[in-house]
Each structure stands twice: as C-alpha cells, then as structure tokens.
Design a protein around this ligand. Structure first.
Ligand code: AR6
Length: 176
C-alpha cells in the first residue's frame, strides 16, 4: 500500500527489516543496551555483524522513547536508527513514549538529511504493545510530523506478518 501526503510517500508492506536494500536508514526495535536480542534487534545485529554492537556500546544505555543513530556495518543500508520502545503496561505513559520513538527517529533522520527510512512495528513483539493501538499512535505521530519534514521523501513500514500488514493498511487508509 502506498499513500502520498504533501511530498512524502508512505508505504506499508510485508517483509523483513534487514531486506530493505534501497532504504537509507532502517529502524531497530532496540533494547536499552543496544545489543542483540530477539525479533528485530536479533535480525539487525546478525545481519550487520559484530561491529554494530561495538559501535553502539558507547551510546548505551538509552531511555524508553529515545532514539540514537549508528552506521549500518554489513547491512545494505547506510544507517540504523535505534529506538527503545515502551514495555506495554510498564513504561508509562506508553502511548507518549511510543510516539516519542517515531518523532525522535524522524527528527534524527532529518538532521542527517536522510531521504528514506523503514520502521518495524516498534514495541509490538516482545514488549507486548497491542498492534491496533500501536499502529494508531504511529499513524497519528507521522501525520503530525509530516509538515515539518524536508529531507525525507519515503517512510516505509515493514510488517513481519500478513495480519499486522492488514492492521497497518486499515489504519493508514484513514490518512488518504
Ligand atoms: N523484520 C520486520 N519485523 C520484524 C522482524 C523482522 N526481521 N522480526 C520481528 N518483527 P520485537 P519490541 C516484528 O520483539 O516489541 C528484542 O529482543 C515483530 O513481529 O522485535 O520493540 C530487543 O532486544 C513485531 O511485530 O520488538 C528488545 O529487548 C515487531 O517486529 C525487545 O525485543 C517488534 O517486535 C524489543 O521489543
């Protein structure tokens, strides 16, 4: 699914975050220590190689809602932007913290004049955020920030499962 708002293209597709070859920056659903883990963090660190964890160690730990940027090492991308999402029911207020992840990641991308970024569904795996609620926060946050973007041209949402893609498609179609 593709949407065009102002000069920005929004895409929702099913796939693997480490296979977004033409995207300049991919976003990691990180842990506070910016080390490997399960899900997205495991896939990103495995594909990037050990240099990623080494580079990231100096910036850790990060707080829920925070985002930091690193190079992408052996990944096909130029950068990885690492976001620590809220643990659902624990990091309060989780909606604000999740919104901060998207805002901070997009602001860092703008500062670096990045033109394309791909997000996974932050916090909706090990951190337990219900996908429908998380997707609405993602949509509303991106909608709010779009008028401020000048460098980014493509924002892609990469969903691992077909069901999650359906939720994204249904939620984002409200924007068109
Ligand atoms: N590509 C795209 N999406 C993926 C991939 C992938 N390769 N793998 C999983 N997903 P999660 P969180 C989906 O758990 O909830 C880690 O262990 C997955 O189906 O990666 O923010 C870290 O070390 C889900 O919808 O991130 C942290 O401790 C979404 O990506 C913790 O998990 C996010 O799932 C972070 O938890």
């Amino acid at each position: 699914m593709q949407l065009h708002i102002d000069d920005i293209t929004l895409e929702c597709l099913q796939g693997n975050i480490v296979r977004q070859d033409e995207i300049e920056a991919i976003v990691n659903a990180a842990n506070a220590w910016l080390q490997t883990g399960g899900g997205v963090a495991g896939a990103i660190h495995q594909a990037a190689g050990p240099g990623l964890a080494k580079e990231c160690a100096a910036q850790a730990p990060i707080q829920p809602g925070e985002a930091v940027i690193s190079s992408a090492h052996n990944l096909p991308n130029r950068y990885v932007i690492h976001c620590l999402g809220p643990v659902y029911g624990k990091d309060i207020p989780e909606d604000q913290i999740l919104a901060d992840c998207y805002t901070n990641a997009l602001n860092i991308a703008e500062q670096r004049q990045i033109i394309s970024i791909a997000f996974p569904a932050i916090s909706t795996g090990a951190f337990g955020y219900p996908i429908e609620e998380a997707t609405k926060i993602c949509r509303d946050t991106v909608k709010r920030i779009i008028p401020e973007l000048s460098s980014l041209q493509l924002i892609r949402f990469v969903l691992f499962s077909e069901q999650d893609l359906e939720v994204y498609k249904n939620t984002f179609q409200d924007l068109s």
